[in-house]
Design a binder for this molecule. Structure first.
Ligand code: GTP
Ligand code: SPV
Ligand code: MN
Length: 600
């Protein structure tokens, strides 16, 4: 049933076929309205899937199945015609074979459930950079989350019209209900039945068995990164795992920054940064994904395709991210946080003393000193971008904002300095292509293992990563002198005792200031074999109490440590074989030569 008229025959046909395969009890076409949201939430609360929080108006806590807490990269597939097109960093299965496997799983998978059809727009409706998707799901939690994270509703159906194109995204939690069977709080399928599959040649997404985050909110990583990156390569634009922010200096000059860090490495935090240096201002445009096209003026224009934040809760506090905390006062969906006795959420690292007692994310009693954390390390909040006090007034500008600066980075407890300026575009692409980070709880698997994560896109690139490198080089050629300047940062250096060397968060504004002033040729720098680093007097550290030993360590170029990285870089590049762009091979050769010549 739909409360609006659907003129698009392709859409109607796809919905009919899908219903035939999945065999839901009912089909519901979503209109994206408040009533729909409230009704679905009420239904989930009544069924025990969600808890209404007494302390936060219109906010709810959901707890997932313990097997369904993060993205499952091992179960994520890029089904291109040949394995080589997917490349060495993706899981590949032939499209026909994957479809056969999944069709068997989808057969009758929605029995006892409602099938929801969610028309959504990634990006402001009507923007030249935006795209329309339609997600079919049997999860009301996904519907409510999509209401927040994307633009859902009848306006999208109107924009689609009779002939418009949409990206079909099929999702099922993979837990059909037999006649009279009572549902569980968080239905999902076991790990070996979970699939997050992409068919880039058809712009098609099929996800089965997981209800969590990027596995289930298919507009996000599946559409806006994996499918969009492949489209962007074909069509000459960029889809990146990047926050977007505006920095304004005391004279009123604006700079727009897009920064790529791996999952749970600080995008949301940087996007909402409150500067500790006087006179500087930061505003949020996006906190996870950036779509960019070259505008009529030849500059790169960026939009945030999402309309909400799906942020990491643990570690979020008034001290670390006051803008996120202020966004979370009402109208929030929390997932896998702890529940306090007075009806609020709690997580590790929140302000104030921990509660004396709470219910942990798995429904067990928790008190300080308990063996396991109260909130899952990948516990998340889902909230509309408009609730962020730092949201930029231009965040929905259809033409996007012009990007001045790209930042890459990751979590490295050693070796990599606080900030590095690239020597030129190709060197900047080399920095992106060789980015490395210690793994986090955002992905199922071991935490703290160092892996190369080029452009923070390893889990999100919908085609061969070597071709993606080439695409970056090509974009640089097209942008020429108008290309953004490229920097590399590492907020996560640790002392031998395991303490952070850099205060991070609001104080990262000191590093952003240096970047903006580098664009003006103002701030000082020194050349090293790995790029330009600030000298000890080049960063504005006024008002910061900070051991000078830390600064030395953060800005040190450690020749021996870098020489020790080379063999890993060679291994990293070797996996791409002949497909690796010659220009990147040259960059590595030049780095080796500079390191050999260096006299420290
Ligand atoms: P995804 O949503 O998974 O893509 O993650 P993200 O890149 O947006 O990461 P987020 O900003 O949520 O940060 C994840 C964790 O890193 C949180 O626990 C933060 O407290 C911590 N973090 C962020 N910025 C800094 C920083 O500058 N210094 C330190 N030490 N920790 C930080
Ligand atoms: C990430 O892991 O990079 C996220 C969370 O932003 S998820 O949507 O689950 O991918
Ligand atoms: Mn992310």
């Amino acid at each position: 049933m739909s409360s609006y008229e659907v003129k698009n025959l392709k859409l109607k046909e796809w919905v009919r076929e899908t219903a035939e395969m999945c065999k839901p009890d009912r089909v519901h076409w979503c209109d994206g309205g408040k009533q729909e949201y409230d009704q679905l939430i009420a239904q989930m609360v009544a069924g025990g899937a969600g808890v209404a929080l007494k302390k936060r108006p219109n906010s709810y806590l959901f707890s997932s199945d313990p097997s369904d807490v993060a993205r499952t990269e091992e179960r994520t597939y890029i089904a291109t015609a040949t394995e080589d097109e997917a490349g060495p960093t993706n899981n590949w299965v032939a499209p026909d074979e994957l479809k056969r496997t999944m069709e068997a799983l989808y057969d009758g998978c929605m029995k006892g459930r409602t099938m929801y059809v969610i028309p959504f727009s990634m990006g402001p409706i009507g923007s030249p950079i935006a795209k329309i998707g339609v997600e079919i799901t049997d999860s009301p939690y996904v519907v409510c989350s999509m209401h927040v994270m994307t633009r859902v509703g009848t306006k999208v159906i109107e924009a689609l019209g009779a002939e418009g194109k949409f990206i079909p995204c099929l999702h099922s939690v993979g837990a059909p209900l037999a006649n009279g069977q009572k549902d569980v709080a968080w239905p999902c399928a076991p790990m070996d039945k979970k699939y997050v599959s992409h068919f880039p040649a058809e712009n098609l997404i099929w996800s089965f068995g997981s209800g969590y985050g990027g596995n289930a909110l298919l507009g996000k990583k599946c559409l806006a990164l994996r499918i969009a990156s492949a489209m962007a390569k074909r069509e000459g634009w960029m889809a990146e795992h990047m926050l977007i922010m505006r920095v304004t200096n005391p004279a009123g000059k604006q700079y727009h920054i897009a920064a790529a860090f791996p999952s749970a490495c600080g995008k949301t935090n940087l996007a909402m940064l409150v500067p500790t240096i006087p006179g500087w201002k930061c505003e949020t445009i996006g906190e996870d994904i950036s779509w960019m096209k070259i505008g009529p003026d030849g500059r790169l224009r960026a939009i945030n395709p999402e309309s909400g934040f799906f942020g990491v809760a643990p570690g979020t506090s008034t001290r670390s991210n006051p803008m996120a905390m202020a966004s979370l006062k009402e109208n929030v969906i929390f997932t896998n946080c702890a529940l306090t006795d007075d009806g609020d959420v709690w997580w590790e690292g929140m302000d104030g003393a921990p509660p004396a007692h709470a219910i942990d994310w798995q429904g067990r009693d928790w008190s300080p000193g308990s063996k396991e954390p109260a909130a899952h390390p990948n516990a998340r909040f889902t909230v509309a971008a408009t609730q962020c006090p730092a949201i930029c007034s231009d965040w929905e500008k259809p033409e996007g904002v012009p990007i001045d600066i790209f930042i890459f980075g990751g979590r490295r407890s050693g070796v990599v300095p606080l900030v590095t300026e690239s020597l030129d575009w190709d060197h900047g692409v080399f920095l992106g292509a060789t980015a490395a980070s210690e793994t986090t709880a955002a992905i199922v698997g071991e935490v703290g293992v160092l892996r190369r994560d080029p452009f923070a896109m390893t889990p999100f690139c919908g085609y061969n990563m070597a071709d993606y490198f080439q695409h970056w080089l090509d974009m640089g050629d097209r942008l020429g002198k108008k290309a953004p300047r490229i920097f590399y940062v590492n907020w996560f250096r640790k002392s031998p005792e395991g303490k952070w060397l850099w205060p991070g968060f609001g104080d990262n504004s000191r590093v952003l200031k240096w970047m903006c002033e580098r664009l003006e040729g103002k701030a000082g720098r020194r050349q090293t074999p790995i790029g330009y680093l600030p000298g000890e007097n080049d960063l504005d550290l006024r008002g910061l109490e900070f051991p000078s030993q830390n600064l030395k360590e953060l800005l040190k170029f450690d020749s021996d440590a870098w020489k020790a990285e080379i063999s890993d870089l060679e291994r990293h590049f070797a996996q791409f074989g002949r497909r690796l762009p010659q220009r990147l091979k040259k960059q590595l050769g030049e780095l080796v030569t500079r390191l050999e010549k260096f006299q420290g």
